[in-house]
Design a protein around this ligand. Structure first.
Ligand code: IFM
Length: 455
């Protein structure tokens, strides 16, 4: 069947997506919770990283963030008010296990139990991400994701969380975007823990891939009727020249950014053919790893923000791995400097579907940062509304072309701490006035409220 063209974005209706489609919002512990040292929480790598000078663009930290730790009832009510039926949040590992293993911090665990109860009482499904980047500092001191012992540490963490929350939470994602926290944390060093090492990046990649399988196994053992998936950012790679050199550059960066974190769990091994340097990952592969790494996901979470244009530029740190450039001339640019290319979402969904390894896909993050201004009690953000409409049209096109997409989560419910970029980029459907912590629903949030039939 020939692919359909995207439906007209402004004419979309909720019913186009079907009754079983899950509509949700997403956020993550370090980006929203604040309370960085409250009630027995241990430090995470992001606490350490942000407390160092010059790591974050605006010099900020997540110490207070959106104060979700105290405001989760109000924020959960907002999820409901806007018409979403699911709230995706993550667990801060050191809030629950302050030094990463051993002694459990009951107050930390109780907090997540209260968030779950709050969701259920509001009629909002809690969707939990086990790990969204805030490793306990104590474990980082021992090498973090680059130390193979992380497999046992992670197994313990997933066990503690799932035993406590698995009676009420059925929908789980093991990781959020391994590519981002491994490449950012161990290769470029722009994210915590700020390491720059090709070898450690490879070791950490393999360990995370093994932890995907360990996490899925523990969740399935502890949670009756579990729905277990994971999430990956998909970044389609483009070239602007039809040369063999450009094609090989795009294939190599695609292998490092996308395939290295997806294909081992699908039982396809590491994509070393397109990226010969990746063969060095074999140094970290032991015994039955490549058998144990395989996961039969209940669902696969696609996260999509932009596509990139690849240029074959050798960078010494990356030892010849081609890196990327942008083609800003032709596209609208977001506050993150990313090009707006909705059809890249269609392409990413099709790509995952084409592996033939997962029966159900969800878009577990998609959204945009644009410069927002609070004027009185209103934030007019037509560019964000248009972004969502255009991307939803691509989701629907994929669905109509046979991709089993079953849900869509906006990034994000509210403005929050955007990692190395601090608080300047605002991704929320809700504006956060950080000095007062007041929430103001933006026009895009009101659009969703209407679209979802909650206005
Ligand atoms: O804010 C992040 C999120 O933590 C992971 N996915 C991308 C978002 C926007 O950069």
């Amino acid at each position: 069947m020939a692919p359909m063209t995207a439906p007209s974005p402004s004419e979309l209706t909720k019913s186009d997506f079907g009754d079983d489609f899950t509509w949700g919002v997403a956020h993550a512990s370090y980006q929203v919770e604040g309370a960085w040292d409250a009630d027995g929480k241990g430090p995470s790598i992001w606490d350490t990283f942000t407390h160092k000078p010059r790591k974050i663009k605006d010099g900020s930290t997540g110490d207070e963030a959106c104060d979700f730790y105290h405001r989760y009832p109000e924020d959960t009510a907002l999820v409901k008010e806007l018409g979403f039926e699911a709230q995706r949040f993550s667990i801060s590992w050191p809030r629950v296990l302050p030094t990463g293993t051993g002694q459990v911090n009951q107050k930390g665990l109780d907090f997540y139990s209260r968030v779950v109860d709050e969701c259920l009482a509001a009629g909002v499904e809690p969707w939990i991400t086990i790990y969204h980047w805030d490793l306990p500092e104590a474990l980082s001191q021992k090498g973090g994701w680059a130390n193979r012992d992380v497999i046992g540490w992670f197994e313990e963490f997933v066990g503690v969380i799932s035993e406590r929350l698995g009676d009420r939470v059925k929908d789980w994602m093991v990781f959020n975007e391994p590519c981002s926290f491994i490449q950012g944390g161990y290769l470029s060093g722009v994210h915590a823990p700020g390491v720059r090492s090709f070898a450690k990046m490879l070791a950490a990649s393999h360990h995370v891939n093994l932890c995907q399988a360990v996490g899925a196994r523990v969740l399935r053992a502890n949670v009756a009727d579990s729905n277990v998936g994971t999430t990956h950012i998909l970044t389609p790679m483009r070239t602007n020249r039809d040369s063999e050199r450009h094609r090989r550059a795009a294939a190599a960066i695609d292998a490092f950014a996308n395939r290295i974190f997806i294909e081992p769990n699908f039982g396809l091994g590491y994509p070393t053919e397109d990226a010969p340097l990746m063969q060095r990952v074999e140094r970290y592969v032991q015994g039955d790893d490549m058998r144990d790494i395989v996961v039969d996901w209940d669902f696969f979470g696609v996260q999509y923000y932009t596509r990139v244009l690849v240029k074959p530029v050798p960078i010494p740190l990356l030892r010849g791995i081609p890196w990327i450039s942008k083609d800003h001339k032709n596209y609208e640019i977001t506050a993150m400097g990313w090009e707006v290319q909705p059809d890249g979402l269609y392409e990413s969904l099709q790509r995952v579907h084409a592996y033939g390894k997962v029966d159900r896909l969800l878009v577990t993050e998609n959204g945009v940062a644009v410069p927002d201004h609070l004027v009185g009690d209103r934030v007019r953000d037509p560019r964000r509304t248009a972004f969502y409409q255009d991307h939803l049209a691509e989701v629907l096109r994929a669905k109509r072309d046979g991709v089993p997409v079953e849900g869509y989560f906006c990034w994000s419910l509210m403005d929050n701490f955007e990692w190395a970029a601090g608080y300047v980029p605002r991704f929320g459907l809700t504006y956060v006035d950080y000095p007062t912590q007041r929430r103001v629903v933006k026009d895009s949030g009101r659009w969703f409220q209407q679209f979802l039939g909650a206005a």
